[in-house]
Structure formats: structure tokens, C-alpha cells
Design a protein around this ligand. Structure first.
Ligand code: B4P
Length: 183
């Protein structure tokens, strides 16, 4: 199986859920920039204080900040990894590519989780995290379309992108993902 993976998709598509399961099963490092940022907020670090209001509005935290977090985790990790929620825009994707070149590593596959907006919104409202209310969800979807969706063409042109239908139960999607990764 591929050992260096990236999960892409709109908020609520199941990236975090599937990434966690796959990483545990395959012994990969699961790097969720959302989780790492929330941990910084929780701990009240200067980085967390900077990120908190940005996350609450559904906008993206600064590239420099997110990149510093990812670099510090990948620099000392020689094994496989699964990046979940990063990169979120083209500058982050380019910064990741230079970081990986310097580490003599490369992305082996990008999984795009696809799901209708109506289902995404239902899932997020049901979860009810601080940034899971109608207004902020609408902004997160807007930010996804404007800034993150261009990454689909970026990775498609590199022949790295595989599409995964995100509709159905967690177990059904997990099976779909497993069969996609053995191809
Ligand atoms: P993230 O934490 O990445 O959150 P997300 O995009 O909303 O996806 P998430 O992983 O939580 O959703 P999932 O589909 O797993 O980002 C939050 C914020 O952090 C961003 O808005 C931004 O401010 C900041 N941020 C993060 N990364 C950044 C970066 N690189 N650059 C700048 N800013 C960054 O799960 C959603 C819900 O659906 C869950 O409750 C789950 O249990 C449920 N679910 C999943 N699969 C399901 C299924 N099959 N059926 C039913 N429910 C399901």
C-alpha cells in the first residue's frame, strides 16, 4: 500500500474520520492540521491564541503558522504519513512540495472525498463543534471552493488524484477506500 497519502475534500466529507481509521490500521502518522490547531487553542499557546478567532469564523489560519506545525512533525518522521486537511490552498501545496523535496520524500497518492453539500451540512450540524453552526459552515464551504478546490486540478495534473464517494456509512466508505488503495 502507498505510505505517503493526502486527504482532500470539503469540510464534513469524512476526511478526519477515515484518516484516523486508516492511519491506525496501517501504522501511518496521522497529521490533521485541524486537530493540531485545536490542541494549540486548548493549550492557550501564542499560536493557539492567534488561530482561535480565525477558526471560529471558518477562514484559513495563516500559511506560515500551519506550515511550521507540519514541518516540525514531518522533519523527524521517516515512516509513512497521512496528511488530513493540509494543504488547504496552492501556496500550502507548493510549500509542502519544497519541504518534501528537502526531506527526499514525495506524495504517493491524493484521495479526494466527495459528498453533496446537503449531507455535509447535516453531518456538521449534528457534530456541533464550535465552528459547526450554519453561518460558519457556509463560510467554510465558500473558502473550500475558493481556495482548496483548485488543488483538485493541481494533483489531477500530476496523476496523483483518486476520487472516493463519501456517501454511506463510515464502514462502507472505509471498505471503498481500502479497495481504492490496493489498485
Ligand atoms: P478541520 O479540522 O480540517 O475540519 P473539517 O474540514 O471541517 O473536516 P473534518 O475532518 O472535521 O470533518 P470530518 O469529515 O472528518 O478544519 C477546521 C478549521 O481549522 C478550518 O476551518 C481552518 O480554520 C483550520 N485549518 C485546518 N487546517 C488548515 C490548514 N491547512 N490551513 C489553514 N487553516 C486550517 O467529519 C465531520 C463529521 O461527520 C464528524 O462528526 C464525523 O463523525 C461525521 N462523519 C464522518 N463520516 C461520516 C459518515 N460516513 N456518515 C455519517 N457521519 C459521518
Amino acid at each position: 500500500m502507498k505510505q505517503r497519502l493526502l486527504f482532500l475534500g470539503p469540510p464534513g466529507a469524512g476526511k478526519g474520520t477515515q484518516a484516523q481509521r486508516l492511519a491506525a490500521r496501517e501504522g501511518l502518522l496521522h497529521l490533521s492540521t485541524g486537530d493540531l490547531l485545536r490542541a494549540e487553542v486548548q493549550a492557550g499557546t501564542p499560536l493557539g491564541q492567534e488561530a482561535e478567532a480565525v477558526m471560529a469564523s471558518g477562514e484559513l489560519v495563516s500559511d506560515a503558522l500551519v506550515l511550521a506545525i507540519v514541518r516540525s512533525r514531518l522533519e523527524h518522521h521517516a515512516g509513512g504519513w497521512l496528511l488530513d486537511g493540509f494543504p488547504r490552498n496552492l501556496p500550502q501545496a507548493e510549500a509542502l512540495e519544497s519541504l518534501l523535496t528537502s526531506l527526499q520524500q514525495r506524495i504517493e497518492q491524493v484521495i479526494l472525498l466527495e459528498l453533496d453539500d446537503s449531507v455535509l451540512i447535516q453531518r456538521l450540524l449534528a457534530r456541533g463543534r464550535a465552528d459547526d453552526n450554519s453561518e460558519v459552515i457556509a463560510n467554510r464551504l465558500h473558502v473550500y471552493r475558493q481556495q482548496t478546490a483548485p488543488l483538485i486540478a493541481h494533483y489531477e495534473s500530476q496523476g496523483l488524484l483518486r476520487r472516493l464517494d463519501g456517501a454511506g456509512s463510515i464502514e462502507v466508505i472505509e471498505e471503498r477506500l481500502a479497495s481504492l488503495l490496493v489498485d
